[in-house]
Design a protein around this ligand. Structure first.
Ligand code: HEM
Length: 194
């Protein structure tokens, strides 16, 4: 197998100078499972938000749309739990494996996507949701469509994070490359050792 295309092993001894969490294999596997549960749950909630937002924006009856927004408010309570859970377990996994936090593009891109999703959800979607609930029925609901748009964007961002988690594309960052040159980076693929 060519080492150029090999996916690295995310386990092994700590790299000198790098932050490393030492976890037994079973704990690391449990953390990985937890990360997938939190991340998949977060994506699922984003899909639910999009479905409810779209249903409300297209609703013609006076009872259905407010009911959708009430449901969105309830889901709005659960989302931070899954988002924070996903980020914390993700960072933990990165530090507990040789993937590191800044050595691979797929990890960096995922981190940016996760943070951007949280910031826009907290800064924009929450406020728009409140506005829609407060003003429902009074004006043509511009925030209703902004809510649909932002939920759609979140589904795309978290969907991309999921896809790149599986494919792990784009190789090492410059920092990861210099570690590899010094012989402290991950070795070529051995999927069984994950
Ligand atoms: C701060 C943000 C994140 C970090 C640092 C992070 C880090 C990681 C790491 C290091 C792994 C590999 C675990 C291993 O091979 O043992 C992983 C796996 C995974 N991550 Fe994340 N992650 C983050 C956010 C996300 C998000 C937002 C999603 C999707 C919504 C996600 C979905 C997944 C999935 C599905 C896997 C399993 C991939 C596989 O087993 O092939 N992660 N993550």
């Amino acid at each position: 197998m060519s080492t150029q295309t090999a996916v690295p092993v995310p386990t092994g001894a700590a790299a000198p100078g790098g932050v490393r969490l030492r976890l037994p294999g079973r704990t690391r596997t449990a953390l990985r499972a937890l990360h997938i549960v939190f991340s998949g749950g977060w994506l699922g909630l984003a899909i639910a938000m999009l479905t409810l937002g779209l249903s409300a924006a297209l609703a013609t009856d006076a009872v259905f749309a407010p009911a959708c927004y009430t449901m969105m408010d309830r889901f709005g309570i659960a989302i931070p739990i899954f988002a924070i859970g996903s980020v914390l377990t993700g960072v933990g996994l990165s530090l507990a494996t040789r993937w590191g936090l800044v050595r691979y593009w797929w990890i960096l891109v995922k981190t940016v996507l996760a943070i951007a999703t949280i910031v826009t959800a907290v800064g924009l979607a929450g406020a728009w949701r409140q506005q829609v609930v407060d003003q429902y029925g009074q004006v043509v609901d511009v925030p209703a469509w902004l809510l649909v748009g932002s939920s759609g964007l979140h589904v795309v961002m978290l969907g991309v994070a999921t896809v790149i988690s599986v494919g792990k594309p784009w190789g090492r960052t410059r920092r990861g490359q210099s570690r590899a040159r010094r012989g402290t980076g991950p070795k070529p693929l051995d999927r069984k050792s994950r």
